[in-house]
Design a protein around this ligand. Sequence first.
Ligand code: 6PG
Length: 476
Amino acid sequence: ARAQIGVTGLAVMGRNLARNLARNGFVVAVHNRSAGRMHSLVAEHGDEGEFVGSETLADFVASLERPRKVIVMVKAGGPTDAVIDELVPLLDEGDIVIDAGNAHFPDTRRREAALKAEGLHFVGTGVSGGEEGALLGPSIMPGGSRESYEWLGPILEKISAKVDGVPCCTYVGPDGAGHFVKMVHNGIEYADMQLIAEAYDLLKQGLGATAQEIGEIFARWNTGDLESFLIEITAEVLAHTDAATGAAFVDVVLDQAEQKGTGRWTVQNGLDLGVPITGIAEATFARALSGSVPQRGAAAGALPAHAGTWDVQDREAFVEDVRLALYASKVVAYSQGFDQIAAASAEYGWDIDRGAMARIWRGGCIIRARFLNRITEAYERDAHLPLLLADEYFTEAVGQGVQAWRRVVSQAALNGVPTPAFSSSLAYYDGVRAERLPANLIQAQRDFFGAHTYRRTDREGTFHTGWSTDRAEVEA
Ligand code: 6PG
């Protein structure tokens, strides 16, 4: 047994992770259910490092030094359980099974508990960065026992992306914490993408600009505070011409967004924990609306718009307004996502360091961005910060753009351009900063129809008014 780590499941992500490990000097055991993929990996990339290929799972396990470290890279759900079930009887106490797929964190918690009972470590890890990231350095978010990280951490840190020499990998927390953080990463990814799409639509509708022109604006934005992977690829996509028609590529792509489900999980969990992740939720629902074909068919041309014809006078000022509104909305989406991590950390006993999460998202992953440094700094100033938006840096940065944000959202509404994520982020901003919200009326209504009680502003206690009798107040 001489392999230091193994990968089973050699579709593109598993194959690229295995190559990344080998390129970094680790001896990598490789296995795939149908051996063809294993053989082709060794044949095509055997010169990149040292692979130990096995045709059976038993030989694969036998080729690993102990404690064995086995990365499972198969489809989330049933296929992952099937591989784990086959693997467990072949392993010995102290061995480590790593699920690097996009598993749902409750599954990871269940699997971790089951394997712990067998004396094994189970590490659910988020891996972000797509195919290229897996090969060249992803952002890695491992959960599980601390002890397993002692063994695994040095390997994962070595193959991860680096920013200023710092690895984009750290221990996240027990059991499902790693997959949870990856799930929120994906939720933020949805919000970020929706906000960028709304900015594109605003520039298109407000300026009547072409895809090419909008691409140039995004390229310019990518040199400032908004610098990020998603803005960069947006500029590239917008500049691309469709070979078949000669039209701008985006203009021939069908406007129905799909999803594999991680955004939906994030929203479901936000509802479970009662955390208002409105940016992520709007982004997820916006994808659903785009795919609501019968409804869109029934509405198009039938619902009156009564909207103006958008004719922006000062084009440069408008572009700057959209940029400021995009940045402010983006900060709201991240602030909400970090709230969700804090709430889950408390609920599930994970003790997640939010500043460290922002640090490992600076490179490798899909939401990598310059401004994540600012988030890390905010949590360095105060590890228990109750609201990222209220950190001094973000208060200032968002504050500068508030008027622009209001102009953009109101102009969009007047001109009938949907901006669900921009608008709801502004509503969240105004809601969370409000001295007094109309929730007082909701409490009074609940007490009226259901005797659900209310608290008062002037005294401690819980009260009920006898609405259907004498309307006298009693302490409940
Ligand atoms: C990543 C991505 C990756 C995947 C998304 C796509 O971090 O590398 O998030 O996990 O590309 O899950 O998600 P949808 O298909 O749901 O848009």
